[in-house]
Design a protein around this ligand. Structure first.
Ligand SMILES: [Mg+2]
Length: 174
């Protein structure tokens, strides 16, 4: 079905921590083009947590290049990235693919090796599909409770359900 093609990720995992060096090897991941909010940290974490920093270090050690493509404001993205210094695109307008391509260029990767990591089907998985790259989607760490966010989640819920029924979810956390 058309919408499934547009919204289904390549993989659903329980957490960014389930993207391990082993998974990097198996999937042939050259770069992770990362969403920030609710994928790596909550909206209320202005900077990376120690856990996120450790994970970035492990990904870099596994040969993965990192970039950020966020729909959030420049100030938020710049502050989060200030100690990391990765290529970063705020206000990226996902599901548009424009900045996915910019991030691929920055990381020296292409459609075969770049993977988008995010928490929303409607923006993140759709952007990856629009750009012709793979995606890993994790459940939101702590969703905003606004009507807009609840509506977006309600739209994607049947697709998440269907995806999980067919493919299941990677990860060992309870
Ligand atoms: Mg997000």
């Amino acid at each position: 079905m058309l919408f499934e093609k547009k919204l289904f990720p390549t993989l659903m995992a329980k957490s960014f921590r389930d993207v391990t060096p082993e998974l990097v090897r198996v999937m042939g991941i050259g770069s992770l083009i990362c969403d920030i909010d609710n994928t790596l940290v909550t909206y209320d974490d202005p900077e990376p947590t120690p856990e996120v920093r450790e994970w970035f270090a492990a990904m870099e050690a596994a040969g993965v290049r990192i970039a950020f493509v966020s729909n959030n404001a420049k100030e938020r993205v710049d502050l989060f990235n200030s100690s990391l210094g990765y290529p970063a695109y705020p206000k990226s307008g996902k599901p548009k693919k424009k900045y996915i391509f910019e991030a691929m260029a920055d990381t020296g990767t292409d459609e075969k090796t770049a993977v988008l990591l995010g928490d929303q089907l409607l923006t993140d998985a759709a952007a990856a599909n629009n750009a012709g790259i793979r995606s890993i989607i994790v459940p939101p760490i702590n969703d905003k409770k606004t009507l807009f966010f609840r509506a977006k989640r309600a739209i994607e819920r049947p697709y998440v359900k269907k995806y999980l029924k067919i493919h299941g979810m990677l990860g060992t956390e309870e």
